[in-house]
Design a protein around this ligand. Structure first.
Ligand SMILES: [Zn+2]
Length: 426
């Protein structure tokens, strides 16, 4: 026992000082936002990340109480690490248009660079920034590791342009999920059209579960950024336009894929208002959109399905949900590795179904679940999803992550989205 006692004391003192450390770590992050603009470059087999610039905004965006995200979603993740203990002070996951491009045929022949922006609380003292990328086997490797000194004069104070905005839902006070809708391609004289379309889309969102029952935890603002010209680029139609955020159809060669590669411009405008998730609303009647996890979502405002598309893209951008469809025209090759569980929470390869939604199944539901009408309202594991017909399984016969005609999100997607909303709101 005498040999054990000093060890026990050592353990106790370690635990106690660990508590001290946690208190110190809380004061390590200021009520201010650090924005880091990155360049991601490479091809299908190689990639690099470079810091372009660091900037600060007053106020702190995102969930102030939960610095470490419990969601292990996204192809990338970033950390702020304590300089002495190496403990994680802040962490988030994200995905990029760059990594989607890396799976295309073009990436086998060409090299390209993409903009990316990540945001985090401003540290009070020098910390370590680490950005990691996910390997095909699901593990991560460090893509970039640098110390960040908040007192470095090169960390600029970003002063955003000021444009008119309206709060469409949720009032001004209280901790809520902040959705920020940015006007893209609406001239000053089209401001009324922007507010009208943003309002219609918001109302459709707030009528659908789980957003409907979580209304008290959501705030939606619409920021009327004026555009020199009307509408986005539409390369296949030969239409080019001068807009504040450079949106375009035909992203990655897919006509309906409406995105912008001018990520830094999107964040320049978003800096005016709090934003847990950004929705770029594009002035067009043509069907299209895109959503990338913890990056932003894009949708055209004037198509009869615009509300449904926005809701689907929010599933990607906010929820980290994967597409539950297959057989459609997409640019990606071998998007999901069938040897491991995909990180998308609503897709499974059944390699380790326990860590997905297996506990939500009735004991009598067979796995895999046959694609038959009798299972129409059943949570199961239906084959087909994640762009492939075989080897990837989805939670329901139909869901908004599968078709625009689905009544709503399946129970698994509703569950994930509810957790996401509450993550930001509490
Ligand atoms: Zn679903």
């Amino acid at each position: 026992m005498r040999i054990v006692l000093p060890y026990l004391l050592f353990v106790l003192s370690t635990i106690w000082s660990g508590g001290e450390l946690l208190a110190q770590e809380a004061s390590f992050l200021r009520n201010e936002t650090l924005r880091i603009d990155l360049v991601l470059s490479g091809n299908y087999s190689r990639q690099s990340a470079y810091i372009h610039r660091l900037q600060r905004y007053s106020g702190r965006f995102g969930s102030a109480r939960q610095d470490c995200s419990p969601f292990d979603y996204g192809e990338y993740r970033y950390f702020l690490l304590h300089p002495v203990s190496g403990d994680t002070l802040f962490q988030r996951g994200f995905s990029t248009l760059f990594e989607e491009w890396r799976t295309t045929d073009e990436a086998r022949e060409k090299q390209r660079a993409f903009q990316q922006t990540i945001e985090m609380p401003m540290p009070a003292e020098p910390v370590e920034l680490r950005i990691e990328s996910r390997r095909r086997n699901g593990t991560f490797f460090a893509l970039l590791s640098e110390s960040i000194d908040p007192e470095d004069p090169a960390v600029g104070h970003f002063i955003p342009e000021q444009h008119p905005y309206r709060t469409l839902h949720g009032g001004e006070q209280g901790e809520r999920l902040d959705l920020l809708i940015l006007a893209e391609g609406y001239r000053s004289e089209e401001q009324a059209l922007f507010y009208q379309q943003a309002t219609a889309l918001s109302q459709e969102l707030l009528q659908l579960e789980p957003f409907k029952s979580q209304q008290a935890h959501i705030r939606i603002r619409a920021l009327a950024v004026p555009s020199r010209q009307s509408g986005p680029d539409d390369p296949r139609a030969g239409h080019w336009s001068a807009t504040p955020m450079g949106s375009s159809f035909n992203t990655l060669g897919i006509d309906r894929y409406l995105e912008t590669e001018e990520t830094w411009l999107v964040y320049d405008h978003a800096a005016q208002l709090p934003h847990d998730h950004i929705i770029v609303l594009v002035n067009s009647d043509k069907y299209g959109g895109g959503g990338i996890y913890n990056h932003f979502s894009v949708v055209s405002g004037g198509h009869r399905y615009s509300g449904r598309v926005m809701i689907h893209e929010l599933g990607h951008g906010l929820g980290g949900l994967g597409d539950e469809y297959y057989g459609a025209d997409v640019a990606y090759n071998e998007f999901i590795n069938l040897e491991i569980e995909p990180w998308q929470p609503n897709l499974t390869t059944l390699v380790d179904f326990d860590q997905k939604w297996k506990q939500m199944l009735e004991p009598s539901t067979p796995v895999p679940t046959p694609v038959r009408p009798m299972y129409q309202n059943t949570i199961g594991a239906f084959e087909g999803g994640g762009y492939v017909a075989k080897g990837v399984y989805r939670p329901a016969l139909n869901c908004r992550m599968r078709t625009n005609e689905a009544k709503g999100f399946c129970a698994v997607c509703r569950h994930i989205l509810t957790r996401k909303i509450l993550f930001y709101a509490q």
